[in-house]
Write a protein that binds this ligand. Sequence first.
Ligand SMILES: Nc1ncnc2c1ncn2[C@@H]1O[C@H](COP(=O)(O)OP(=O)(O)O)[C@@H](O)[C@H]1O
Ligand SMILES: [Mg+2]
Length: 190
Amino acid sequence: MTDRNAIRQWARQQRRALSPQAQAEAAKAVARQAMALPDVRQANSLALYLANDGELDPALLMDSLWQAGKQVLLPVLHPFTPGHLLFLRHRPGSPMVANRFGIPEPPLDIRQLVTLDSVDLVFTPLVAFDDAGHRLGMGGGFYDRTLANYQGPVVGLAHDQQQHPALPAMAWDKPLGLIVTPGQIKRFRT
Ligand SMILES: Nc1ncnc2c1ncn2[C@@H]1O[C@H](COP(=O)(O)OP(=O)(O)O)[C@@H](O)[C@H]1O
Ligand SMILES: [Mg+2]
């Protein structure tokens, strides 16, 4: 755990050190690369996230997905099952509320819920990744638990600076299907 926490500190420092200009360029490059992926072109319903703490900002990608007529979903903390996420439909200008971590999310509305079997692709934020497709998150295990039995593509979005030589993976870690950074697109599985 100490190992993993030390790597989290290092990677968060790496991404926070990026200038606003570097962040903006990275967001543009990742949006362009992601939109060209066959997995994304084929998907109708895709889960995304809102950037926090220097994460690769997928806002441009979200706009492109909307323009392509796709359904965009955002994660919401599960109201009953601790440590799990639900995915809700998100449209341009939809209202948002702060969750208990202070992170904006769509207000819980069962009519906007899309169950995982109808989610075609999940983009995840991450703290660090490696060239075997291991993913290190913030330490809450939310995506690991939520996606444990998910069969669709799980696509990590990140800055190249968040790549680690070899992450210590745990049995419960959900592996990435693909990683997209400004400098690379790499497919690990599916
Ligand atoms: N599928 C799962 N079932 C039960 N507990 C899980 C599962 N996935 C993760 N956890 C728990 O969540 C905690 C955080 O997981 P970790 O992988 O370290 O976080 P992160 O993926 O955010 O970096 C761990 O203590 C782990 O036991
Ligand atoms: Mg994990």
